[in-house]
Design a protein around this ligand. Structure first.
Ligand code: SF4
Length: 74
């Protein structure tokens, strides 16, 4: 599974980082970014691979994201 963030819609509430700091981190720009093993670009945005044991919590972050800007795909 891969995950990426559409920063244009990020509210900066840091919920994703709180839920899964291994995959999400807040940047100096006040917006969330993905971290970890690069898995190319998705719609021009950097995507990372999600370790299997973190897939559930990443999906939870996707579901709870206020900006609806966390995206997951294969
Ligand atoms: S949960 Fe969504 S809106 Fe909140 S910081 Fe993370 S990406 Fe941004």
């Amino acid at each position: 599974m891969r995950v990426w963030i559409e920063q244009d819609y990020c509210t900066g509430d840091a919920l994703c980082e709180d839920l899964c700091p291994a995959v999400f981190e807040m940047g100096d720009d006040g917006l969330a970014h993905v971290k970890g093993q690069s898995a190319g670009l998705e719609d021009g945005l950097p995507a990372v691979s999600v370790p299997e044991d973190l897939e559930e919590v990443v999906r939870e972050a996707e579901a709870q994201c206020a900006g609806e800007c966390i995206h997951v795909g294969t």
